[in-house]
Ligand binder design. Structure first.
Ligand code: MOS
Length: 771
């Protein structure tokens, strides 16, 4: 396992943070970084009208002849074996087509896990699925019922009689598991253990010290669309209408699991109703495909909220110790970050919370390591801002505590310590302006109104406070993402890639990009995404998809220019020009030196007797910018009130100021940032998976028990950005999908301290912790 992890880490080292050496034919710098036309505008979503009209078809809505509906029976023990099974009553129930258990399930291989070096896989754990009687977590599917209607399937599932031989012990307690926790060599792309600059001596010498333990709970995913798939086997091919942020990965994994050729699995997922890391390959698609094979009929799997919580991994709980030492001026001398999370050995997800403090502040020394507890639980998984979301809670609350101990403004403490290069490797930043974000945010929220001493502002029973915290998330771009650009006879352009739309505006922004890139107005461009028959795209994750697609479109446009010049031949105003001497403008190509020499796409194609011209471009992985440190950062601000009587917290305002390079579409970006901040708000105030540690059973399997913010919980949110292009990323943009969630919970906890003088170090900040 360690070897496998190292291989993944070795691979990712070579892919993170890279851009092609050149964007345009001839290697000229990309003019779109400085002179965008459509990019940066507030374009509405191209998929908006279809969604509003209900015409956008989601995975559980795809119509199909002869469809059967699946219901799942979940184990009620954490560890042991399935004993006697009696399916006779279920099989005899109205509408039932079959009941599948490990006894009659088709043979399937273990799901190939997603990895940075394996983007053609999407599995989240490495356990066999329904191949043996073993139970490995409380909630594992032990039977699948197929029936003519969903209601019949649900009813019949209640009639399956299953006896369990529970193992004498199951490992379900975090506290107990810590004693035998394991310490991986690497966390994602970094060495786990970091000791640099003599931390114990530096901490001992420090004039001001903070040493505290922070905890964050298990969290479950709750996208608006629960996981679903409509699945059919047709002529030996497996066709899956899925809700996934890993289209090709899902197809690749399913092919391996069922022993099919790569092209024999088709995955289509044009719309996903929210992903956040959860919409990968889990047991439900695999079991659905197996049951469809057994029944020889199409199958729909649409998970209930409860099934979702039992089958789809969430964010592990963490326990983090942060110790900060500073000199008399508030300069950090030592930063210690130790912690525990849960990562069952079958889980492939690193929750790298201790990566957070390695890039933000220029401490003189570091002492960082994290440990994992192996428990008999559902695999933990990626959840918006994995690592940095719980990590910023600990680090940024500790920074607030340090500022208070020293008696300086928390923004000033950050200003004195903000990293001007990577504090660990010494690598220069490609672009970084976190303090500029702080200035923007402070002005917007009116930070001057804050009173440093807690408990000083009040409105009746309400104590009022303000807090701030930094956010951070690394820049990533995946290699291998490809797009096809087709120019048709009318000179319109069509961009296609198996990319993903989970609500973030993928096609909208890449249409803006392609329009600017190809010199076309928006209405002459279409973008098609969401199907495995289209050119390969890596997952929509790690806030990497936009940059990956942008790099691929750039590469394809270079090829397109070369192909058009070749096709144009000699009987053209462009005759004799090299691809590096032309540019896209006004629906065609023109000479850079003599703009009057031009020919339109339509004319070039007509003269060549072509109906269309297609090229494919791929986001490459040159290594030149590995020497730069690249992170999106943010400054989060919160103003809130806490009732002295009930301990209730009401968040009045959130302000997020972001430094994420160039913002490509103000409207979709604002919505990404706000959505991320609302997840941070949920994390701060209410979200907590309740796990019964005696049985390993999740108790909070509905939106009643697991509270995500609703409209009444969400305050006015302002988002701002520095909009400074990063010269080493496609279009100057870094990722924006996950940064919004990071730092929000800390800003809220810090505001609670400012309001009340109570330092709550355990999320969520429920009112029992404040009275
Ligand atoms: Mo994200 S947790 O990579 O969808």
């Amino acid at each position: 396992m360690t070897k496998l992890q190292n291989a993944i880490v070795g691979g990712v080292r070579a892919v993170i943070g890279q851009v092609p050496a050149s964007w345009l034919p001839g290697g000229t710098p990309d003019p779109l970084i400085d002179k965008p036309v459509s990019l940066g505008e507030q374009q509405s979503r191209v998929d908006g009208p279809d969604k509003v009209r209900g015409a956008a078809r989601f995975a559980a809505e795809v119509p199909m002849e002869g469809l059967l509906y699946a219901a799942f029976l979940h184990s009620t023990i954490a560890r042991g074996r399935v004993g006697d099974i009696d399916v006779s009553a279920a099989e005899a129930a109205p509408g039932v087509a079959l009941v599948m258990t490990y006894r009659n399930a088709p043979k399937m291989s273990v799901p190939p896990p997603i990895g940075m070096t394996n983007l053609k896989a999407a599995g989240n754990h490495t356990l066999p699925i329904m191949q043996d009687p073993e139970i490995r977590w409380n909630g594992q599917v032990v039977a699948v019922v197929l029936a003519e209607t969903r209601e019949q399937a649900d009813h019949a599932a209640t009639l399956v009689r299953m006896r369990y031989d529970a193992a004498p012990t199951a490992r379900t307690r975090f506290e107990e598991g810590k004693a035998s926790a394991y310490t991986p060599e690497s966390i994602l792309v970094e060495r786990n253990r970091l000791e640099k600059g003599g931390p114990s001596r530096k901490f001992a010498e420090a004039a001001f010290k903070i040493d505290a333990v922070y905890t964050t709970p298990w969290e479950n995913h709750n996208p608006i669309e629960p996981h679903a798939a409509t699945i059919v086997w047709r002529n030996g091919k497996l066709i899956v209408h899925d809700a996934t942020q890993m289209i090709h990965g899902t197809a690749g994994s399913l092919a391996k699991i069922f022993g099919l050729k790569a092209g024999d699995v088709e995955v289509s997922s044009p719309y996903v109703g929210g992903g956040f890391g959860a919409k990968g390959l889990w047991d439900h698609q695999i079991l659905g495909a197996a049951a469809a094979k057994l029944a020889d009929r199409p199958v729909r799997v649409a998970l209930s909220r409860a099934s979702m919580h039992r089958l789809i991994g969430g964010r592990t709980q963490t326990e983090q110790r942060v110790a900060l030492g500073a000199d008399a001026n508030g300069k950090l001398k030592a930063l210690l970050h130790h912690g525990y999370g849960v990562r069952p050995l079958h889980s492939i997800c690193d929750e790298g919370f201790t990566l957070t403090g390695r890039s933000l502040y220029a401490s003189e020394s570091f002492d960082i390591v994290q440990h994992y507890v192996d428990l008999d639980l559902l695999a933990n998984s990626f959840m918006r801002g994995p690592g940095e979301t719980p990590g910023t809670f600990a680090i940024e609350c500790a920074m607030d505590e340090l500022a208070y101990a020293i008696g300086i403004d928390p923004i000033e403490l950050r200003r004195r310590n903000v990293a001007t290069r990577d504090p660990v490797s010494g690598a220069p930043h490609s672009q970084s302006a976190m303090m500029q974000a702080y200035d923007l945010g402070a002005a917007r929220i009116g930070w001057h109104r804050r009173v440093a001493q807690p408990g000083m502002r009040r409105d009746g029973e309400w104590l009022i406070g303000m807090g701030c915290a930094s956010g951070t998330f690394p820049f990533m771009r995946m290699p291998g993402t490809s797009v096809r650009i087709t120019i048709d006879a009318h000179g319109n352009a069509h961009v296609a890639s198996a990319a993903h739309e989970m609500g973030m505006g993928t096609a909208t922004v890449q249409r803006q990009h392609a329009a600017d890139r190809l010199g076309l107005p928006l209405d002459r461009l279409t973008v098609t995404i969401g199907d495995s028959s289209l050119p390969f795209a890596s997952f929509a994750g790690g806030s990497s998809q936009t940059a990956s697609l942008a790099a691929a479109i750039s590469a394809a446009s270079g090829k397109l220019a070369a192909e058009l010049v070749r096709l144009a031949g000699n009987d053209t105003p462009l005759a004799g020009l090299k691809p590096s001497e032309v540019e896209f403008a006004e629906g065609g190509l023109r000479s850079v030196a003599e703009p009057a020499r031009q020919e339109s796409f339509a004319s070039i194609l007509r003269r060549a007797g072509r109906d269309e011209l297609s090229v494919v471009g791929e986001s490459g992985a040159p290594l030149e910018i590995m020497k730069y440190s690249m992170h999106s950062t943010s400054a989060n601000f919160c103003e809130l009130r806490v009732s002295e009587v009930t301990g209730e917290i009401r968040v009045d305002r959130l302000v997020g100021a972001f430094d994420c390079g160039r913002i490509l579409n103000a409207k979709t970006a604002a919505s990404q940032f706000k959505g991320g901040m609302i997840m941070g708000l949920g994390m701060a105030l209410t979200e907590e998976t309740l796990l019964d540690e005696r049985s390993g059973r999740i108790m909070s399997t509905s939106l009643v028990d697991y509270h995500v913010p609703v409209h009444l919980d969400v305050p006015d949110i302002d988002v701002l950005w520095t909009d400074i292009p990063d010269p080493r990323t496609p279009l100057g943009a870094r990722g924006i999908g996950e940064i919004g969630t990071t730092g929000v919970a800390a800003a809220i906890a810090n505001a609670v301290f400012n309001a009340t003088g109570k330092r709550v170090r355990d999320l969520p900040l429920t009112l029992d912790k404040l009275i």
